[in-house]
Design a binder for this molecule. Structure first.
Ligand code: APR
Length: 241
């Protein structure tokens, strides 16, 4: 069984994708062929989709809020929370997932680079995002309390930029710990940038790179020093030295 040796000063950066939540019962994106009720995910997870049909988009995210609230973190999430407890400030978790399961598992040093499913924000004004677990399946669609315009899920949609502070945090983790850094990608197909490029950034700063995935995407896996094929819920509890 592979084990990742983590030295007394080693900094660990982890990037997770939908695969780590699969054993909790949440569908991955490509597993469902990238479809939701016959719609391409890119259609409903985009500013254009929201402008065209805000109700369809709110139905998509309301269903995902219901699904995510109905499941529990799995052994993979818990293994990462345990690793963070052991490493303290020598750990950073950048997740593409919006389901909130890492935080529910106890992870604290988490940056949700694609946004947060359980937050909403105004689509127009600059009111800050707020926690929102409500579902909006029927009209009227939710409105901003301040400016009266439409509320949207606080998700980074296709075609939108990620928070540059998140990307800087990941880059600085590699840069500041060059020579003694491990990067572990878990449960991601590596199809969406900039997250898919973290492995190249890690290697450019001399980090050792690992991919843990049930069915590693060939060209993505080829960019890692080590690849462990398996279910994250089974692999992660044994993987950390
Ligand atoms: N354990 C480990 N890996 C798994 C498991 C599992 N139990 N089940 C599935 N996987 C792997 C699949 O083999 C696949 O490589 O998880 C990966 C899921 O890939 P995607 O569905 O493409 O999800 P992800 O990579 O997170 O997508 C990235 O795309 O749709 C956008 O914004 C969305 O954040 C998402 C981004």
């Amino acid at each position: 069984m592979d084990r990742i040796e983590i030295g007394p000063k080693t900094f660990v950066v982890v990037a997770t994708g939908a695969g780590i939540s699969a054993e909790s019962g949440l569908a991955t994106f490509r597993g469902a062929g990238g479809l939701w009720e016959g719609h391409r995910v890119e259609e409903v997870a985009s500013p254009e989709g929201f402008a065209a049909d805000a109700q369809l988009v709110w139905r998509f995210y309301s269903e995902r809020r219901k699904s995510a609230l109905a499941v529990e973190p799995n052994a993979g999430h818990l293994a990462l929370a345990k690793l963070e407890e052991k490493l303290g400030d020598r750990f950073l978790l950048a997740t593409q997932n919006v389901d909130g399961l890492h935080r529910r598992a106890g992870s604290k040093r988490v940056i949700a680079i694609h946004g947060e499913l359980f937050e909403s924000r105004c689509a127009q004004c600059f009111e800050p995002p707020f926690e929102d677990k409500q579902t909006y399946l029927e009209p009227p669609m939710p409105k901003c309390q301040v400016c009266g315009m439409a509320l949207r899920p606080n998700i980074v949609w296709f075609g939108e930029a990620l928070d540059h502070r998140h990307l800087r945090q990941v880059r600085e983790a590699f840069e500041d710990h060059r020579g003694d850094c491990v990067f572990i990608a878990i449960g991601t197909s590596g199809q969406v940038y900039p997250a898919a490029g973290f492995v190249d950034q890690a290697r450019s700063f001399g980090a050792k790179t690992w991919l843990v995935d049930l069915d590693p995407a060939h060209e993505f896996a080829a960019r890692f020093h080590h690849v462990v094929r398996g279910k994250s819920g089974e692999v992660l509890p044994q993987l950390f030295g």
